[in-house]
Structure formats: structure tokens, C-alpha cells
Design a protein around this ligand. Structure first.
Ligand SMILES: *Cc1c(COP(=O)(O)O)cnc(C)c1O
Length: 242
């Protein structure tokens, strides 16, 4: 096959598997109702749970920030792109979540891709729930660490896997908080207990818990009152805020 045929074939495979996606285009601001192809339609599939995407206060704050700072930092954070706005955001986030510090990156996907490989190398082991979000799976795949996939929400199986790998010094347990497809919760108290018993780090992806669970929407760690016992909380601004 020539190179164009590879592409044709890939598209045809998508069609055959029923995975070819025609993307709808929204022509209005995002609320309960949106305009698609000139028609006003009820939006039943967005993440804008709290309606922040079109909130007047946030519109105003964004315009004020643009007037003051422009529309971009002109460099990545690590070179010359860190602005006082980033620091202010991170300090507020850490205070809100009750954590030591916070770091903002471009998206939830980037958070998982940045954090997991940073922590885990080829001598290490990651325990990951079988229904974890695709971005966690990708974050794990970017490492050379051993991966142990445990059955969904199964603390006993996790404990068994920890036991079998107890000789590996650096261990990380990573799980969605509120699972993104089914909406069920990770059994975080049991996971934290098992982790403490075996000296494993715990990372929770709270993308769907923030703004929803816990006091004032602080998320799953607050919901289960586990402050100080979860090592890393990942999240995203792309959910609940739209
Ligand atoms: C949506 C989601 C992400 C990715 O967040 P983005 O900001 O859209 O990249 C990561 N983890 C979970 C659990 C999610 O639901």
C-alpha cells in the first residue's frame, strides 16, 4: 500500500467499526441550550455542570485579565512564561484544596502525562484501576515502570497486588476519583489504608469530583476527609466549568 492508502484504510476502518465521529459545531456560548447548525438545542452531554462557561463574573474577570496581561505569556512556564496570574491561581487552588502547593499545566491530560512519568521509572511499580481515564493509562504507558492493573474498585485485589510487589521500593497507586464513564467513586479510604500499610504513594485524578464532592466542591479527598493522606491530586478546569 502507498502512504495515502494507509490513511484511506484508517478512515475506512473507523467507518466499519462505527467509530467515525462527525463533530458538531456550537455556534453560541455554552449553557443548557446551545445553537448547533442554526438550531437552538438542549445540551445533554457537556461537562459544564456548574454553568461557569458563560458566567457573567467569569466573563468580566477574563476581559479584565486580557486588558491587563494580554492573551499569552509568549513562552512556556519553565522558560520565561510564568506570570503572576499563574502564581495567584496556584496559591488559590492550593488554599482551596487544602494542599501544600499546586501546579497548573495546560490540561488534565497534560497533568497525568507530566506527573506519572516524572515520579515513576523502570525500577518502580504502578497500580492502576482497570477503568481509569485514558489520560492516566497514557501517563502510565509513558513510563518504563511495571504496571499492575487491578479490578475496578477492588481494594482486596489491590492489597494482594501490593503484597505481591512489596519488595519493589517505589510504588504508586493511581485512580480516578469519580469515574468518568460510570460516575461511581473510588473506595479512597480503603485505598489510602492499603497504601499506608505498604508504603505506596497515592495519586487521585479528581477531574469529576472537583466542584461537586466535598465541602464547597473541594473534591474527593475532602469528601472522605483524607486531607494530608493523599500524595497527589490531579484535576482539570475543563469539567464543571465547561
Ligand atoms: C476529562 C478528564 C481528564 C482530562 O482532562 P482535560 O482537561 O480534558 O485534558 C483527565 N482525567 C479524567 C478522570 C477526566 O475525566
Amino acid at each position: 500500500m502507498g502512504k495515502y492508502e494507509f490513511i484511506e484504510q484508517a478512515l475506512q476502518d473507523l467507518h466499519e467499526q462505527g467509530l467515525y465521529n462527525t463533530i458538531r459545531t456550537i455556534e453560541s456560548s455554552v449553557g443548557a441550550w446551545v445553537v448547533v447548525e442554526g438550531k437552538r438545542v438542549l445540551n445533554m452531554c457537556s461537562n459544564n455542570y456548574l454553568g461557569f462557561a458563560d458566567d457573567e463574573r467569569l466573563r468580566t474577570a477574563a476581559k479584565d485579565a486580557i486588558d491587563r496581561y494580554g492573551v499569552g505569556p509568549g513562552a512556556v512556564r519553565s522558560i520565561a512564561g510564568t506570570m503572576s496570574l499563574h502564581i495567584e491561581l496556584e496559591e488559590k487552588l492550593a488554599e482551596f484544596k487544602g494542599t501544600e502547593a499546586a501546579l497548573s499545566v495546560q490540561s488534565g491530560l497534560n497533568t497525568n502525562l507530566a506527573t506519572i512519568p516524572l515520579l515513576m521509572g523502570k525500577e518502580d511499580v504502578i497500580f492502576t484501576d482497570e477503568l481509569n481515564h485514558a489520560s492516566i493509562i497514557d501517563g502510565c504507558r509513558l513510563t518504563k515502570a511495571k504496571r499492575v492493573i487491578f479490578p475496578h474498585r477492588d481494594v482486596d485485589a489491590l492489597r494482594q497486588a501490593l503484597k505481591e510487589n512489596k519488595d519493589i521500593e517505589k510504588k504508586l497507586i493511581v485512580t480516578d476519583g469519580v469515574f468518568s464513564m460510570d460516575g461511581d467513586l473510588a473506595p479512597l479510604p480503603g485505598i489510602v489504608e492499603a497504601a499506608e500499610e505498604y508504603g505506596a504513594m497515592v495519586m487521585i485524578d479528581d477531574a469529576h469530583g472537583e466542584g461537586v464532592l466535598g465541602s464547597h466542591g473541594r473534591g474527593i479527598v475532602d469528601h472522605f476527609n483524607l486531607h494530608g493522606r493523599v500524595d497527589i491530586e490531579a484535576g482539570t478546569m475543563s469539567k464543571r466549568s465547561g
